[in-house]
Design a protein around this ligand. Sequence first.
Ligand code: RNT
Ligand code: ZN
Length: 413
Amino acid sequence: MDNMFEEAARIYRDLGVDVEKAFARLNRIAISIHCWQGDDVMGFESDAGLDGGLAVTGNYPGRARNPEELRRDLDFAFTLIPGLKRVNLHAIYADSGERVGRDELTVDNFSGWLTWAKHHQLGLDFNPTFFSHPLAASGFTLSSADRKVREFWIRHGIACRKIGEAFGRELNNCCITNFWIPDGYKDVPADRLAPRERLRDALDEIFAEAIDPRWNRDAVESKLFGIGSESYVVGSHEFYYGYALRNRKLLCLDSGHFHPTESIADKLSSTLLFLDEILLHVSRGVRWDSDHVVILNDELRAIAEEVVRYDFDQKVHFGLDYFDASINRIAAWVIGARNLSRALLQALLEVPALRRAEAEGDLTARLALLEESRTLPFGAVWSEYCRRHDCPDSIEWLNRVRQYEQEVLNERK
Ligand code: RNT
Ligand code: ZN
């Protein structure tokens, strides 16, 4: 412990904040790291490009090309990210067993990941992949008017829940299986209802079998629009909020999937009055892109504050979801994950006087305290948290990434 930390802890203590308690609580909040930042959402299934309205721009060298490289990169990134981590996989990252169609995947196709996760004591989360596939080329999957197409994707959804269940059971750590589909229209639809009815019915089929919630829980993710689905997205927010409520699913809120000034932080205190749990895809929208690397901005801080203030730690699951190929991909993981962790720690250090002022109706003091607390010695506390997790406590981490880039990434030609 250095003097700066001790002094900082004293300053917080005088304001009624227990730094050790904040550390202990942060240690229990897991961040699910999205494997797809490591390879530009390519997966290992085929060389076909990414679609579904998702686009990764940039051609920074060193993309992971196979499971071994991806896991090695994750292993390395994890040494630079303090705190509890999980790993979020997509169905296109199958790494073992016989090559089968997506509708026939089983946990055997993920045994490499499972062995790795066991070895590192990591929880796994999962996602069916409803894009980058010939049967998604029409732009419609679960809501397709073509029964054959729909049924293929229903089988895929069912297969993925079983994989999630097996992950949960094998790792003794509940897997969250998240459903996002790209379905929508570029231009003004003449029928908004029928695709939504088909999607509802398809989801009902996928979720028909009850799975022990100790091992797998399902989440559904909405989106406002995508590239090529600017006018209409079947799985809108209202659609999935309604679906999740009625069917007791997790609602997945992606911070890039709403109107630019709309905050998902504000949605937690409403939706969690009625839903049991929420999955967050922590991301950053910039104009038409929903997936920029997460920075420590007001939105991120607000999300963390809302979770921490009402003790939603067990009800809200944190996952990252962004992809950037214009900078070092490992640095992108590290920057986003450290920022989420930082935002959580900041929220945990909120001075109690802030809420007290509001409760007493002193809105002047509320604003004054809010602004004064921005310059409290947070940096020293964050550094200490990193040190306790054997992580670099400063920009030093970037030197390690540079070295890894030279020794490992630049060899991938
Ligand atoms: C797409 C959704 C979805 C994907 C991942 C790859 O807009 O955010 O979560 O980013 O499944
Ligand atoms: Zn998402």
